[in-house]
Structure formats: C-alpha cells, structure tokens
Design a protein around this ligand. Structure first.
Ligand code: ARG
Length: 571
C-alpha cells in the first residue's frame, strides 16, 4: 500500500495510507482524503490513481475506490492463510519488540504501612501490573517500584501509642492470616489519632517520638522496622492472592529517599526554584492552579522542618532518572493526585532532571464504587477490606463453576475458583476505560456470559478442548484451501494482535487489549458455529481450522497472561 502510494503520487512524500480493518472489505485505506485536502485535489480521483497503482497479485485480490475516495482492499485467501502459518511458526506469535532498549519504571501499588490495603489500592495494583507486563512483552526493561508509604510523622504517633499500650495485640496476632496483623494496626492507628487529637500531653510525647524516629533512636527504629515488616507481609499476601508480579525486590518506600532529601532540597534552593514562604519551603508556579483557580505551591518542607510527600517524590524522580536511567516513568496513581504530579514534574523539569529525553507520565484512574454505584463502604460505613472482597469474588466464582461441574474434585475446584475469581476481578477492573469510575459488582463479574474474565477463560477452555480432542492429529496450513467468511474474520482478527499490544502500551490503556480479547472470543464463537473443526468435510479444511484454533488459543492465553489472568485448560 505504501509502495503504491509512493509510486502513484511521489509528491506526497511520507503520507501514511491509513489502512484500517473495515466491515465493507478486509481493510480500508482512508489516506486519500487528508491528502486531497493538502494538495487541493479531488479525493476520489486520488483514490483511483493509488488503487490503480496497487500491484501485488499474491497479496491483494481487489482494491476498489468507494465513497468520496476510500480504497476498499481485499486480501487473497492464500495471503491470509500464509500469515496464519507464519504466526504459528514463529516465537511469541510474531509480536515485535518496539520497546527494546527502553528502561521503563512503573510506580504502582504503593500502599501505606500500618494501614490495610483497601479497595482504593486495587486499581493501581492491577493496572500497574498489566502495564508492566505489557511493556516487558514488547521488549522494555521494566523496573517495578512499590512506593510504600512507610515514613512520616504519623509513625511517631503510632509508635508512642504502642509503647504506652504494651497490652495491644498486633504483632503476629494471627500467623495464618498476615493481613490480620495490619488490620489490628489499622485499628490502633485510629485509636492513637483520637488520643492525639484530644490529649495535649500525648501530643507532646508523640512529637518527641517523631524526633527520636528521625534522629535514628535505636529503640524507636526497631518498632518502626517491625511495623514496616508486618505490613509488607500483609501486602505480599494480597499480591500473592492477586497473582501480581511485585516482589520484595521492588519495594522502594518513601523512607528509601530520606538520605537524599537534604541534598535534593538544597539543589532546588540553590537553583532558586524552592523559596521560603512563611517559614516553609515551597515551589511556586505561574501556570499551575488549584480547583478554585488560585495558584497552589508545592510544599517541600513544613515550618517545623519536616519534609513531606512532595520532597520524597522529587528525590525519587531525580534518583529514577539519574541513577536508574529511566527513559520513561509511569506513575499509576489515583486521578486525585493529578495536581501533585503536575507540580512534581514541572519542578523536576525546571531543575533539569527531567529532560525531553525522559517521559514522566501520571497514569490516572477513576474510583471503584460499590455495587450500587455509590461510594464503596461497608454496611457500618467503614472502608472495605481488599482481602474480603477478593474472598467474596472467589466464593462467587466457586458457585458458578460448581454448578457446571457437579462432580469436580474439591481441590481442583478450589484452584479453579481462585483462578476465575481473581481473573474476574482483574478483568472487570482492566476492561473499563481507565479514567472512569466503575461499580464493583461481584455477581456480574463472575458471569459466564457477557464481557467478563470468566467468559474469556471459558472460551479458552473450549479452544483447549477442541485441541485435546484432535489429539495427536498433526495439522499444518494449506494456503491454497478455500476460506470461509468466518475463517477470514478470525484470521484477520488474530493478525491484529501485535498492533493491539503496541496501542495498549502506547496509550497506557489495558482496556484496549481486553476489548480485543473479547472480540476474539466472539469471533471464534461465530467461526465455530458455522465451521465444524473436527468434523470438517475435508482433511484440508480440518487441518486449516485446527491451525486457526491453535493460534486463537495461543493468542487468547498470551493476552490473558499480559493482563495477569490465568487461562485454565478446562473448567
Ligand atoms: N502511598 C500513596 C497513596 O496511598 C501512593 C504512592 C504513589 N506513588 C508516588 N510516587 N507518589 O496515596
């Protein structure tokens, strides 16, 4: 197509033919329209000239101009069959490595020590993990960073409270469920806050404890380390349950940057970027305003000398660019922190750390709502624990599967329920447009029909079952075979996989991959309804269809894998 365009209209230079899939033909090229505008010519005429210049009889069966100058293109069946064979033949389904050589940091999850992971941490964890896997699959070196909230004056308060209440049970309260320890801490934290707000003497003692923590007092540090460790164990339990690829090696909590804060802030002061204001140290911006249009400064150091969240993120971005040599940094964080990241990036740019060669991107997402579409709260109005939500999804998935397999082995059923329940949660999250809020409805997400993870996993088991039944039957593609409408649709859809991945990574939108996989499952269903595979009328048709089934299964499993979703062979 590009060749034809260059040959027919050499004056068009580097214009793209804009070829897309179409319902009118296999593909449609829409390049003639913008081109005609540019050169002041008739688009239909331009289309005719380009269509006439197409000369690839092995590949293109027909190229016809339609409408105002679209070129409808049909490929030869042979070319499509050859492409199926080629994809089956190469490693990794022929996915390219457009991100090879790039170092991409993905900052995600980032829960807070001594607080339970709640439903708000679900999206960053799931979306961040999918983006990390996707970038890796396209060849990037991905560095995962779990920016744990493990530092701040609140820990002085909590440690003081724990010291004064030795009877408080939190430390390994329940070894079977590591999240129970953090649940206990979360409660104690709220108790401490209440006392802090009402008892001035405790407030003073808590402040003294903050100083002790910051100056490295050994007893205080010991309790702090314990808090971090117990919390990290609980987070790990959730990551494991979720099948998220974060490990201890990816932990880089706020405290990691403590030793850099003085230097980072000094650099900003020397450059005249950070200035004193009412005793505090701030960065001011001309063009960044808050919700009420007033300029909002970024607070680096409070009047009492304490550094905050922003100073830490500045130290982190400098470190990530300078030491980790990032080409790209993705911050997968709640949309409500948009202003914070805008300010951090602007400051880093002014400081010269963030240059045009590096891309720092806030990847925001919407809120998880309750099943009724209202803010997600427990019946008593508390925040919903993430672990109990996951348990609920798994239990619901278990019911759905048990209904289908009355005599399944209980162990198999439990494993399958975990795979489908978690897959359902992840798919429900990822398949929504990232920036939109969505309702967390476990009944809907474990449904076997509709746009759900379970439906896709089920499609995968159907594909697997056909291949199992084919047994040792060897199949190879015969490119000279005729091709049905449904075979053609499935083959062309499969061929778009690699481009879909590139698009999903480029836009940081995993829902594009979800949409692709859902369409794949449906295209396969239409194919299968009209084209018997094992009972095909000729050997040639059976072999070609088996090849399509194999490619569909491999593609579906690969895509689900990039979303962090398991593809069981049967269910
Ligand atoms: N701990 C933060 C929170 O719970 C998220 C951290 C996001 N990452 C960052 N570099 N600021 O809101």
């Amino acid at each position: 197509m590009v060749d034809a365009l260059r040959r027919a209209l050499p004056e068009t230079g580097r214009t793209e033919p804009l070829v897309r899939r179409s319902d009118r033909a296999d593909y449609q090229a829409n390049g003639a329209l913008p081109l005609a505008k540019q050169h002041g010519r008739n688009p239909r005429e331009l289309g005719e000239v380009v269509a006439a210049a197409i000369d690839a009889p092995d590949l293109i069966a027909a190229a016809e101009v339609s409408g105002p100058g679209f070129i409808n293109i049909d490929l030869t069946s042979e070319a499509i069959w050859r492409q199926v064979a080629a994809r089956l033949d190469v490693d990794r389904l022929g996915i390219g490595l457009p991100l090879a050589g790039k170092r991409i940091i993905v900052d995600y999850s980032g829960p807070n020590v001594a607080k339970e992971m709640h439903v708000g941490h679900l999206r960053t964890t799931i979306i961040g993990d999918a983006l990390a896997r996707l970038a890796e699959a396209l060849g990037a070196t991905v560095i995962r960073q779990n920016h744990l909230g493990d530092w701040g004056t609140q820990f002085g308060m909590l440690i003081q409270y724990l010291n004064e209440h030795p009877e408080a049970e939190w430390h390994h309260a329940d070894d079977a469920d590591p999240t129970a320890n953090v649940a206990a801490l979360d409660r104690l934290y709220r108790e401490a806050r209440t006392v802090f707000d009402s008892d001035p003497d405790f407030k003073d003692r808590a402040r003294a404890r903050v100083v002790a923590l910051q100056s490295g007092d050994e007893d205080t540090r010991k309790v702090w380390r314990d808090l971090v460790e117990v919390s990290a164990e609980a987070f790990d339990a959730i990551y494991e349950r979720l099948g998220v690829s974060l490990t201890a090696a990816d932990l880089a909590g706020e405290s990691t940057y403590n030793h850099l804060l003085d230097d980072v802030v000094a650099e900003l002061v020397d450059a005249g970027i950070a200035v004193e204001s009412e005793g505090a140290l701030c960065v001011f911006f001309d063009d960044i305003t808050g919700p009420d249009d007033n300029p909002v400064p970024l607070l680096l150091r409070k009047a009492d000398g304490g550094y905050g969240y922003a100073a830490t993120d500045l130290a982190a971005i400098r470190y990530r660019i300078r030491d980790l040599k990032a080409d790209q940094i993705l911050y997968v964080v709640d949309a409500r922190q948009a202003l914070h990241f805008k300010q951090v990036f602007a400051t880093a740019r002014r400081a010269g750390w963030l240059t045009d060669e590096v891309e720092a991107v806030h990847v925001p997402f919407g809120t998880v709502l309750g099943p009724d579409g209202k803010p997600f709260k427990t019946r008593s109005g508390g925040t919903v624990r993430l672990m109990s939500l996951l348990d609920e999804a798994i239990a619901k998935a278990s019911d759905v599967i048990a209904k289908k397999n009355a005599d399944a082995d209980p162990d198999d059923l439990a494993a399958l329920a975990a795979a489908t329940g978690i897959g359902a949660v992840k798919y429900a999250d990822l398949s929504n447009n990232r920036i939109k809020d969505y309702a967390f409805d476990t009944d809907r997400m474990v449904s076997l029909t509709g746009d759900t993870g379970v439906y896709l996993q089920y499609a995968h088991t159907r594909l697997s079952s056909i291949l199992r039944k084919a047994g040792a039957m060897t199949a190879s593609v015969d490119p000279t075979a005729p091709m049905s409408k449904e075979e053609r649709a499935l083959a062309l859809h499969l061929d778009a996989y690699s481009a879909t991945l590139t698009e999903a990574v480029g836009e940081r939108e995993p829902h594009r991959l979800c949409g692709y996989l859902y369409a794949l499952a449906r295209t396969f269903t239409s194919f299968y309804e009209a084209n018997p595979v094992l009972k095909a009328q000729t050997d040639q048709a059976r072999e070609n269809r088996l090849c399509l089934v194999r490619l569909a299964k491999d593609t579906l499993a690969h895509g689900l894998g990039l979303l962090g979703i398991a593809s069981p062979g049967s269910m």
